[in-house]
Design a protein around this ligand. Structure first.
Ligand SMILES: Nc1ncnc2c1ncn2[C@@H]1O[C@H](COP(=O)(O)OP(=O)(O)OP(=O)(O)O)[C@@H](O)[C@H]1O
Ligand SMILES: Cc1cn([C@H]2C[C@H](O)[C@@H](COP(=O)(O)O)O2)c(=O)[nH]c1=O
Length: 211
């Protein structure tokens, strides 16, 4: 049996990832693929409990504690959801994964990159997503889109400077890992973003060799 594929969606808050998640799932299902969708932090019982703590607006959490909790949730997620699915041959689409830790904890909170790399190596070894779709929007647009929602969590309430640092790390990683991370201009209309996703999926995951 073929190993499944892990696709991750990344971007600053309000970029439009979650909006496209179901469409991506259905696009893959139409090709006969069994797909599970999930999210980080979260995706397991413990992960969802950690998510509630991490997003709680009433808590003050040290940046390194926040980092460790993100990776703790990820360890559970890999063990209980992602790796078993990939081993069954199912595909996994995750709303965020480790790039978010580099962007938010590394960029936003300014936790040293080497500490994140050590945790990444510890938790994942050499394992990486097969494909990462990075939804890129200017910080102001992301904030406007979140503003339309009405509730803000512990990250969403951060100021523009924080999100500028988060976005800068995402852009830097897209540059550093061009074979894995594809930047999508997510400031476009819903249909244009969807068309861009379709093109990337078709050229990266479904292109016929020698066709
Ligand atoms: N291409 C688009 N054009 C206009 N509005 C959009 C677009 N994509 C998403 N939105 C709207 O922006 C808001 C945020 O979208 P969404 O929840 O998908 O973002 P997200 O990246 O998942 O954010 P978060 O990480 O904070 O959950 C929603 O109200 C959604 O309807
Ligand atoms: C995986 C991960 C997530 N975050 C942050 C990014 C978001 O602000 C929240 C999750 O909320 P969403 O509405 O589901 O996007 O968590 C982070 O800081 N570090 C991470 O590793």
């Amino acid at each position: 049996m073929n190993q499944g594929q892990l696709i991750t969606l990344e971007g600053i808050d309000g970029a439009g990832k979650s909006t496209q998640l179901t469409w991506i799932k259905e696009f893959l299902q139409r090709r006969g693929i069994t797909v599970i969708t999930t999210r980080e932090p979260g995706g397991t019982s413990l992960g969802e409990e950690l998510r509630a703590i991490l997003l709680d607006n009433n808590l003050t959490i040290h940046p390194e504690t926040e980092t460790l909790l993100m990776f703790a949730a990820r360890r559970e997620h890999l063990d209980k959801v992602i790796l078993p699915a990939l081993e069954r041959g199912d595909w996994v689409v995750s709303d965020r994964f480790t790039d978010a830790s580099f962007a938010y904890q590394g960029g936003g909170r300014q936790v040293k990159k080497i500490k994140l790399e050590v945790l990444e190596q510890w938790i994942q070894g050499r394992m990486q997503p097969d494909l990462t779709l990075y939804f890129d929007v200017p910080v102001e647009l992301g904030r406007q889109r979140i503003g339309a929602i009405n509730s803000t969590d512990r990250f969403e309430k951060e100021q523009g400077d924080f999100f500028n640092r988060v976005r800068a790390v995402y852009l830097q990683r897209a540059h550093e890992f061009p074979d894995r991370i594809y930047r999508i201009d997510a400031s476009q209309s819903f249909n244009e973003v969807q068309a861009a996703i379709r093109r990337i999926l078709e050229t990266t995951l479904f292109s016929e060799p020698n066709a």
